[in-house]
Design a protein around this ligand. Structure first.
Ligand code: AMP
Length: 172
């Protein structure tokens, strides 16, 4: 897995000064490499058998929807503010670079369905933990998190529910 790091570009001071942005786009354009990076998340799906995969806007949608389609699972959108119609619940949270808010359609998932939350990257954990809280507020059951990349030094993992499965394909 470590050999895949050479396909991930690092952009200094993007989108803000002090952030080293990990750009996964060079991997998405190489099907064989992308497949290798997805393997740990595929194993997680096979192991924990979620009812649905929830993807976090917007980069998380690429990974989450690809996996949902392949494993014939329903896909749930967790989106930035004012993108979802109908009854919506939302929470504000802190990001590695700034503040944001995530929302979900509150009546989309029926009670106790088992949800795997997927995002491209785990940094400080604010985004993923907020997504997990939204799943619980809907009455569904968060059973795991999957990421392509984890920035271990930022200790995002510590912010996530320790009772659920957490998998990241590539750790920095
Ligand atoms: P966090 O809430 O701090 O865990 O940030 C995770 C979210 O922000 C993910 O949805 C990522 O897409 C994005 N993100 C945060 N830091 C980076 C980074 N260094 N490189 C690329 N994306 C990042």
């Amino acid at each position: 897995m470590e050999n895949l790091k050479k396909y991930i570009s690092e952009i200094n001071d993007y989108p803000k000064k002090g952030i080293v942005f990990k750009d996964i786009n060079p991997i998405y354009k190489e099907p064989d490499i992308w497949k290798q990076l997805m393997e740990p998340l595929e194993k997680l799906i096979i192991k924990i058998e979620p009812d649905y995969i929830a993807g976090i806007e917007s980069r998380g949608f690429i990974t989450a929807s690809a996996l949902a389609f392949k494993y014939e699972l329903g896909f749930i959108s967790i989106r930035k503010p004012n993108k979802l119609p109908g009854k919506v619940i939302g929470l504000n949270y802190k990001l590695e670079y700034g503040e944001d808010r995530l929302e979900i359609q509150s009546e989309l998932i029926s009670n106790n369905k088992r949800i795997l939350v997927i995002d491209d990257l785990l940094a400080t954990g604010g985004t993923a933990s907020t997504a997990g809280k939204l799943i619980s507020l809907c009455g569904a059951k968060l059973i795991g998190y999957g990421f392509l990349i984890e920035l271990s030094d930022l200790k995002g993992r510590d912010k996530l529910d320790s009772e659920v499965f957490i998998e990241s394909a590539l750790k920095y």
